[in-house]
Ligand binder design. Structure first.
Ligand code: OMP
Length: 303
């Protein structure tokens, strides 16, 4: 797979920190569930998904630092669905909104190279600012994506403690030496390496405490995980990277719950919300109001 020359793009960690300073800690999920398309009186087709995604982007632009399209909900439309995703990523870039492709990729290293090229590679039509990754084939199996992200100024969010209750059975395994803790420590090592290096994968910023030196290797830590961090002895401030926190909104976590969950790492949190906002559509003003309300309560809770 040919790789185009690396661009003059600031590292993802620094770009996200700046965007969060400007617009707060909300990532708007774009999850075009069939039931939401019905509620918005849109067809269950790629064209329906296109109109849905454009509407959400219009409501979010200027009011949230990032959007997170859920790739699974574009996939059922095949090539036409991926074409809509490509358009959305390009339109978000033009609107100055960062994109997190929620693809949860993870495979053996040689295959991971191809996933990395698709979601993080220069010139790829599906390249986003960051992609979600699953580390359950071993954190180092993600190396091709981590390295390509560093070269292209893009980022990764690696699943550590997911928002669903079933996640515990794998992520808490090992007790004091839990799987989740190993993932967090590997991300911390990655960011330490990148921040000490050439400056291509993270950068010092003047943001609030917790974002003062933000690497480009983030973690996914659900807003619903309760006291799991204390229970497992995980220090997320040591990760020095952004924390994507789904579970806020439709899955039950409230903004006021976040300080207790994340403690001193609150400044690193980018809370993701999809259905709780999307249910307010299809009118752009109502959606925008939901975005502003969520962004406001998150900013107040996280400081
Ligand atoms: O990686 C994710 O974003 C993710 C990780 C996780 O632990 N839990 C989780 O809900 N998500 C995603 O975040 C979104 C949550 O959607 P809502 O529950 O509608 O806000 C979905 O697209 C999920 O796939």
């Amino acid at each position: 797979m040919p790789e185009a020359a690396a661009p003059a793009r600031a590292p993802f960690g620094a770009r996200l920190a700046a965007a969060m300073d400007a617009h707060g800690p909300l990532c708007v999920g774009i999850d075009p569930h069939p039931a939401l398309l019905d509620a918005w009186e849109l067809p269950r087709t790629a064209e329906g998904v296109r109109r849905f995604a454009r509407t959400v982007l219009e409501a979010a632009a200027g009011h949230a630092p990032a959007i997170k399209p859920q790739v699974a909900l574009f996939e059922p439309y095949g090539a036409a669905g991926f074409a809509v995703l490509e358009e959305l990523l390009a339109e978000a870039a033009a609107a100055g909104v960062l994109t997190v492709a929620d693809a949860k990729r993870g495979d053996i290293g040689s295959t991971m190279e191809a996933y990395a090229a698709a979601w993080l590679g220069e010139g790829s039509p599906l390249a986003a600012d960051a992609v979600t990754l699953s580390p359950y084939l071993g954190f180092e199996s993600l190396r091709p994506a981590l390295d390509l992200a560093a070269r292209t100024g893009r980022g990764t969010f690696v699943l550590a403690l997911t928002s669903n209750p079933e996640g515990r059975s794998v992520q808490h395994a090992g007790g004091a030496a839990s799987v989740a803790r190993a993932v967090a420590e590997a991300a911390a090592a990655e960011n330490a390496r990148l921040l000490a290096g050439t400056g291509t994968a993270g950068a010092a910023t003047a943001g609030p405490a917790g974002r003062s030196a933000t690497g480009s290797c983030g973690l996914v830590v659900g807003a619903t995980v309760g006291d799991a961090l204390a229970e497992l002895g995980i220090d997320l401030t040591a990760v020095r990277g952004p924390l994507l926190a789904p579970g806020y909104g439709a899955q039950g976590a409230r903004a006021e719950d976040l300080p207790a969950v994340f403690g001193a790492a609150g400044g690193q949190v980018l809370a993701a919300s999809s259905r709780a906002i999307l249910r307010e559509g299809p009118a752009v003003p109502a959606l925008r109001e939901a975005v502003r309300r969520s962004a406001g309560e998150l900013a107040e809770a996280l400081g």
